[in-house]
Design a protein around this ligand. Structure first.
Ligand code: ARG
Length: 564
């Protein structure tokens, strides 16, 4: 269903194979204005090659092209504009969707290769932040998108469960903690202890030393330290799991930073063997002057290892364990330098696969134009955001469709879908303004709008008694009025491919909004349910739209209720 490719193949033959089909395909454009056709071929390059005017080339091609998939060609200046054969193409795409259903739009270029996706990765004993939400949502969508393109995604939650902060936390707990309170409200209590530690440490400088020595004990496997750490970790994970469950997100691995504790000596040894470790300010670092980066810290003076060391060990482990074709890190852009250093150190160690590692950065979540912070009491608890969104969705349902059968289930699908869609609809590098009202609107570019359009499609199909397994045998229609929607359906595989290549789920989010808009416009203009010879074809179109909307939403990690 790739008409750019088909046109390129036809031109390749006509031009006696002077230019490769791949190159020709890259030249084919999709006109912005539909009155200029469905495809356009600019003839400038050929004109240079053949020393003729571009217009002449376009004329020649226009006369020679003969293919049933084009019903008309037109020459405008240097351009050859082509109009697809609406009947042939429409019937082809609709019957393809009917037979393939959710599989429509799939690609195979991933070739079964593994893609590890480092995503979510919240820090133990701290609230799940908006940044972690973005990482979770973007990572999950990327997993679904790369899978649709033939890769095998491996979702890894690189939990922040190790580091000097745990030494501080243990110190604070020993001094001021209360087991009962922690049990009742783990993250809140642990966060309070952590904040208290920092406040007290401003006055009592010995606290920092105590913190360091507790972390050292933890790294050396001290029983008491480990027990407390394990307890904090378990309690935190319980809270995080509630959020993942609400969002219907699963991981293939929870190997967090602590998992690499016994794998870091090897990293240090590898660096030493290649004489990459140097002493600087009482710490061991890898100099990255040639790469124009600041040195990468590997080991502190007391022997404690660092975030970067654990990431080096993790990268080696992932390569050896999963032999990835690509290794993605969905982490906020403020960590760009860290990932540049990580990749640079691995390249210095001589690993060619370092090139397959990609930091997938994203912008911040803002509230009233300011960063949403988890410190200083300004905590925005993600769980609250989700439950509030679900409650608002529930309220909307009560107003719009009070007789709906499974209101709670639908409210959850809509409320959570709204939060996810709001995150994914913009290019991931953009900062996004947090607004529940905006997310939950039923019009405009929102999750509920797309879900609502899907539900409307389903309702039309129910009323029209559509039988999904019966493709329209004889379509008595020219597909003229349907053409805008059809040309959107044709685009679905391309949107998925772009999303995969650019690691950008917004390509799919924008696509489903555009399709929903085109469909709603069509539905306002054409009486789909009216008895007519065209009705079967129209219902087939409605069905195709529902299949693609549902699959598009699925790729974003959003469910599609059939009624709402
Ligand atoms: N836990 C880290 C943080 O919250 C993010 C970890 C990202 N992944 C990684 N492999 N470094 O900042």
């Amino acid at each position: 269903m790739n008409f750019k490719k088909e046109l390129a193949a036809i031109l390749f033959e006509l031009l006696e194979q002077e230019i490769s089909a791949d190159e020709l395909e890259l030249m084919v454009e999709k006109p912005k204005n539909a009155s200029h056709g469905d495809l356009a071929f600019p003839c400038f390059t050929l004109a240079k090659l053949k020393r003729k005017s571009p217009n002449m080339i376009a004329q020649e091609l226009s006369e020679k092209i003969q293919s049933p998939i084009f019903e008309q060609t037109e020459v405008v200046g240097a351009y050859l504009n082509l109009f697809l054969n609406k009947k042939l193409v429409s019937e082809k795409v609709v019957s393809e969707i009917i037979t393939q259903t959710g599989h429509f739009g799939a690609h195979e270029f991933g070739g079964g290769g593994n893609v590890t996706i480092d995503m979510s990765s919240p820090n133990i004993a701290k609230p799940f932040s908006m940044g972690h939400l973005r990482s979770t949502v973007i990572g999950n969508a990327l997993a679904l998108i790369v899978e649709k393109c033939g890769y095998k995604p491996i979702k890894i939650n690189h939990l922040g469960d190790w580091g000097t902060q745990f030494g501080k936390l243990i110190t604070a707990y020993q001094l001021w903690g209360d087991a009962e309170q922690v049990k009742q409200n783990p993250i809140k209590e642990l966060l309070a202890l952590y904040i208290k530690f920092h406040k007290e440490a401003e006055i009592d400088s010995s606290l920092e030393d105590q913190g360091r020595s507790w972390f050292k004990r933890l790294e050396d496997g001290d029983e008491e330290a480990l027990m407390l750490w394990q307890w904090f970790r378990d309690e935190s994970l319980k809270e995080f799991s509630r959020i993942y469950e609400l969002m219907n997100i699963q991981f293939d691995s929870y190997a967090g930073e602590a998992f690499y504790n016994d794998k870091m000596d090897r990293v240090v040894q590898l660096l030493e063997e290649q004489q990459l470790l140097v002493e600087s300010d009482q710490a061991q670092v890898v100099e990255l002057t040639d790469e124009q980066l600041p040195p990468c810290l590997i080991k502190k003076s007391d022997g404690a290892t660092l975030y970067a060391t654990r990431d080096l060990a993790a990268a080696l482990y992932r390569k050896e364990n999963y032999n990835f074709a690509k290794s993605l890190y969905v982490v906020g852009h403020e960590q760009s330098l860290h990932f540049k250093q990580l990749i640079a150190v691995l390249s210095k160690l001589g690993y060619p696969w370092a090139e397959k590692m990609v930091h997938v950065p994203f912008g911040m979540m803002l509230k009233d134009g300011k960063k949403m912070s988890t410190r200083k009491g300004k905590v925005v608890l993600l769980e609250e955001v989700l439950t509030e969104s679900i409650a608002m969705a529930r309220h909307n349902i009560e107003e719009k469709n009070p007789n709906l059968a499974n209101k709670d289930e639908v409210a959850k699908q809509v409320g959570v879908g709204a939060v996810i869609f709001h995150d994914l609809k913009n290019n991931r590098m953009n900062d996004i303004e947090f607004s529940l009202e905006e997310m939950l609107r039923f019009e405009g570019e929102t999750g509920p709008y797309v879900q609502y359009t899907f539900a409307r499609g389903c309702s039309i199909l129910r009323k029209g008694n559509w039988q999904a397994d019966v493709p329209p045998a004889n379509c008595h229609t020219t597909w003229e009025k349907e053409w805008k929607v059809i040309s959107m359906l044709i685009e679905f595989p391309n949107a998925i491919q772009r999303a995969c290549e650019n690691l950008d789920p917004s390509q799919v989010a924008k696509y489903v909004v555009d399709l929903a808009q085109a469909f709603n416009k069509y539905y306002a203009e054409v009486k789909v349910l009216e008895e007519s010879t065209e009705q079967p074809a129209r219902l087939a179109l409605v069905y195709s739209v529902t299949v693609v909307l549902k699959e598009g939403l699925r790729l974003l990690g959003i469910e599609a209720p059939e009624e709402m």
